[in-house]
Design a protein around this ligand. Sequence first.
Ligand code: NAG
Ligand code: NAG
Ligand code: NAG
Length: 448
Amino acid sequence: MRAKQSLLALVVIAVLALLVVPGSSTPSPTSADATVAGRPVWKGNCDNPRVRKEWRTLTRQEQISFNEAVQCLKRKPHDSRLRTVAPSHLSGVPNINPKSTFWDDLVYVHATCTPLVHFTGLFLAWHRLFVYNVETELQNCGFPKNLGMPYWNWTLDYKDGLDKAPLWGTEPWQIGPATGTGKNWIVEEFPEMVAYPSPHRISRRYNRHPFRKSVESEVLTSSFAANSKVAATNTKVANNTVLPNHIIQKAKEQTGHTRRSKLAKGEKPESIKPANQPKRLSPSDLAKRFSTEEKAFKGSLSQKVKEDDETTNMTGEEMVSPEAIRWVFEARDGDYETFAQRVEGTPHVAAHESFSIHNLDINYSPESSHFYLHHCMVEQEWYSWQKRSPLNQGAIGGKQTQSEHEGLGVGNAVTYDTILPMAGIWPDQKVRDVLDPRGNAPLCYEYQ
Ligand SMILES: *[C@@H]1O[C@H](CO)[C@@H](O)[C@H](O)[C@H]1NC(C)=O
Ligand SMILES: *[C@@H]1O[C@H](CO)[C@@H](O)[C@H](O)[C@H]1NC(C)=O
Ligand SMILES: *[C@@H]1O[C@H](CO)[C@@H](O)[C@H](O)[C@H]1NC(C)=O
């Protein structure tokens, strides 16, 4: 026992010694079970990492190739391996639609995992794996193998407006306009239907003030609000659920779901929503949830904002500005929870919410390819925070179930062995397997 402990101490000292060598910003390969402060550190030794580039540094041909690969995924048929993860009554997500496309399957994977992987300790790890898997699918559809998912660095657009980012537009190398020109802002350039929550066409609208009440009410009166109705007809637990039992149990205890599982005659669909399991988050929910964080954020915005309520008047641009990003990175080394909450609650939420309508619905946001470019940037933020210190490389935190009141969730703590469910499409992985982007299987990528 003694010997084991001192061996561990030696390993820790050896690792620390390696890391303080001046100029060695990238940690050297270490033994597989090496740790810093009880946390795994990167091995960083995979061969030929895919290179992820900022959208505007791709060649025109590479941008077109990205769009073509997206269209290719939209032509692929539904994959029958797709499984429900969070039961419909927890997620508000309808049952699998076998008449959908493989692109819709990707949307479904995200939607059915939502209550586990948003505003919980799994947000960053799960989305890292999801984006990587979709990146592989794009490569299988003709996107160059040496390139990773392009990312959209929104900070480059904070001055001119997020809607002025060069990725928006109707040229073949762009991903469609920031605001659709059809009824309910349907993007006329995309004639295809997307399947979830019910078949519709993609709509999108840029909002400079994504948290204002007016935006929310517009969304609720749009045709897309048919969503809640669909969810109400799907209150049965799917038999093919792969959600670990302890999570279902925990969620039931915490939400009092067992009391409210039946929709009484005349009862509004919303009332079947379990108390602490919001199936979709409105901008004002989000603003409330993150009000503490945002207040701290506002404090750093040159006293510009005076009243509490005024977070609703913040622009998406302010939330991705260099100042906002500096605030995100102020999380001290090792403090995963502060970092993760700030990055999820501010730049992440802002660059989604600035583009309603579909992006106001957390479940189905991957129906637009913008989701992936955006999340690849969120992922980059985590990667670069991890890179900053060996204390950050293996830092995890938070709980496993979404809660209306706790930014990082409730229930069981996230551990290195917590499963990241991939809904049958790709193998599930454990949190520990995705901490190192260059740790070989399952991940191997780099940012440029
Ligand atoms: C994003 O853009 C900002 C502003 O120019 C820059 O400081 C930052 O390094 C960029 N990040 C990445 C990953 O490109
Ligand atoms: C669920 O699957 C099990 C095992 O395959 C089966 O016995 C059971 O009848 C199914 N239940 C429902 C509600 O379909
Ligand atoms: C937000 O800005 C609008 C327009 O300037 C103003 O009327 C409204 O009172 C502001 N809301 C808050 C909460 O400050």
